[in-house]
Design a protein around this ligand. Structure first.
Ligand SMILES: [Zn+2]
Ligand SMILES: [Zn+2]
Length: 566
């Protein structure tokens, strides 16, 4: 250890995990030392069927809000939404300095601009190998390969030692742009200063072997495209996967096709990446999707968004025959050049069924090698560990199963078990002189965004799930103020609950009558207890009604008492 790494004051470095540990998405961590906080990534998570009506899920910002005066800024590892997508929401809370690659910042910029918060963001682009000073933290941006260009691992020098965060990475030795992961630099840091802590991407920690190089996908596309000489080819991939787009375009151009970008983010990202010199497609190979019908089928390659079955994406609309630019038929072959993110299986399945229904042929990763992961598998993780030789290790970026597999791998590689910590969202890990331990927790709830409204609570989601699965029963009653005498009602209204099928009609009528009687009785009890205010009466009504309905029907609809005092 060099002298600068010695712990002088005895204060420990805190690593605070705000998201991404225990789920794939909303990656966000904070390093706190000497009254300063450096944030690493600030991403979002996309909703699943478990979160009906929710648009986005954010990290819990409570700890950052409470310590806003200490925040120096955010270092972003790369331009994926699960690493930059929550920046506009954190910018609402505090102005931020943001360091990252030109591409990562450009991708973040459009969202920040949409939110009208550009004035609060001081964005500082970095080049490969740059070292920036962020308060007392010095941050080096080390090139790694991933499914978006210009991804970085971070080497963060602090008073208690050098911390390496792998970012999202794979070790691709034949990357499309020739930009190799800089293993040599990591080895040099390990040798000269020692790595106090490694935090490593765990996404593929359960997968044995080595991930296929990104360039292998190009070879497969090169074989597929000419096979469909008389058909249109539609390829879908992530709009930020610039290297994939490059390879799709190259294969298409080689087989004599024009490129038609489809979907808002696809058009935007292709333009952005061409401007930054990260994507090489000559202007005369690109055409507007509105002109697609003017070209012979064998001259068409559409590159589209929607690989995750997102309901309003270009591909979903094609599958439903509702895309205004493209009607699919047996003239088309659709290549899904992406993995399905866990949670999206049924949405993607629905889209694939729709595509077949239109008559299109569908090629996905289960049929041909039209996709490779952007995350390191176990052999690459082993290499990373042996290069870094970290004193201690915390697996990041994964569900619990991925984190624990990665932790087990570290121990297999010879690390002491007490130097490997499996932490989850909200955990605070302290690192100092002879210290490595979980110490305390911060708030790390899911922060739900629904439309323009942030901070949707768990209660709202529970209500939505109840409404979806059990329906609602509304009990309306008017009481005389003071006495609690029932003036009108109870009227019982139901939605999504009870079976109004003819043969059960009588039973439902009977139950509603019984409920009405029970409600009157409940009001009577509340009045007798001497507290006929509407809130107490409502509580009695809710309890009685819910209990009786469950007893009679085994169902638990949401019960909403509406009590007015006249
Ligand atoms: Zn990523
Ligand atoms: Zn990620």
């Amino acid at each position: 250890m060099s002298p600068s790494n010695e712990n002088k004051s005895g204060e420990n470095l805190k690593v605070v995990f705000l998201g991404g540990l225990g789920e794939i998405g909303r990656n966000c961590a904070a390093l706190e030392l000497d009254g300063e906080i450096l944030i690493i990534d600030c991403g979002l998570m996309f909703p699943t069927l478990e979160t009906p009506g929710i648009d986005l899920i954010l990290p819990d910002f409570e700890y950052l809000q409470e310590n806003a005066d200490k925040v120096i800024g955010v270092a972003v590892t790369h331009g994926h939404e699960d690493h930059i997508g929550a920046l506009p929401y954190l910018l609402r809370e505090m102005p931020l300095k943001i360091w990252g690659s030109q591409l990562a910042l450009s991708l973040a910029r459009s969202r920040i601009e949409e939110a009208g918060l550009l004035g609060r963001a001081d964005m500082v682009p970095v080049q490969d190998g740059d070292v920036v000073q962020a308060g007392g933290f010095s941050v080096e941006f080390i090139p790694v390969t991933h499914s978006v260009p210009d991804a970085h691992a971070l080497a963060i020098r602090t008073r208690v030692g050098t911390i390496v965060h792998s970012g999202d990475f794979k070790l691709d030795l034949s990357p499309v742009d020739g930009r190799l992961p800089d293993i040599g630099r990591l080895a040099q840091i390990a040798r000269t200063e020692g790595i106090r802590l490694l935090m490593g991407d765990s996404t593929n920690a359960e997968e044995e072997g080595h991930s296929q190089s990104e360039s292998s996908v190009g070879e497969v596309l090169d074989q597929i495209m000419p096979r469909y000489r008389d058909k249109r080819v539609v390829v879908t991939c992530f709009a930020s996967h610039i290297h994939r787009i490059q390879q799709i375009a190259d294969a298409a151009i080689d087989s004599g096709r024009m490129i038609f970008p489809l979907g808002r983010s696809m058009g935007r990202n292709i333009a952005l990446a061409r401007n930054l010199g990260l994507l090489d497609i000559a202007e005369h190979h690109l055409a507007d999707i509105e002109t697609v019908s003017q070209y012979p089928d064998g001259k068409v390659c559409v590159i589209s968004t929607g690989s995750q079955g997102e309901p309003l994406s270009a591909l979903s609309l094609m599958a439903a025959n509702e895309n205004r630019f493209l009607k699919l038929s047996n003239r088309d072959v659709v290549i899904i050049s992406a993995d399905i993110i866990p949670g999206n299986e049924s949405a993607v399945g629905k889209v694939i069924n729709g595509l077949h229904r239109r008559g299109a042929e569908v090629i996905h990763a289960g049929i041909a090698r039209v996709h490779t992961s952007g995350h390191a598998k176990r052999d690459e993780l082993r290499l990373m560990h042996s290069v870094c030789q970290p004193e201690s290790f915390i697996p990041v970026h994964g569900e619990f199963r991925h984190l624990s597999s990665h932790a087990a791998l570290a121990v297999e590689m010879g690390m002491d078990e007490d130097q490997v910590i499996v932490a989850l969202d909200g955990d605070v890990v302290e690192i100092g002189e002879g210290v490595l331990a979980k110490r305390g927790r911060v708030s790390a709830n899911y922060l739900y965004v629904d439309g323009a409204v942030g901070g949707i609570s768990k209660g709202v989601l529970r209500d939505r799930r109840t409404l979806a699965s059990e329906g609602v029963v509304i009990v309306v009653v008017a009481l005389e103020a003071g006495s609690g005498t029932v003036i009108t009602g109870p009227e019982i209204i139901t939605r999504g609950w009870a079976h109004h099928a003819d043969d059960e009609h009588e039973m439902v009528e009977e139950l509603l009558t019984e409920l009405g009687d029970a409600v009157l009785h409940a009001i009577g009890t509340a009045v007798a207890e001497g507290a006929p205010d509407s809130e107490t009466v409502a509580r009695h009504i809710r309890k009685t009604t819910a209990k009786l309905i469950e007893k009679r029907t085994k169902m638990r609809p949401m019960v909403v008492p509406v009590v007015t005092e006249i």
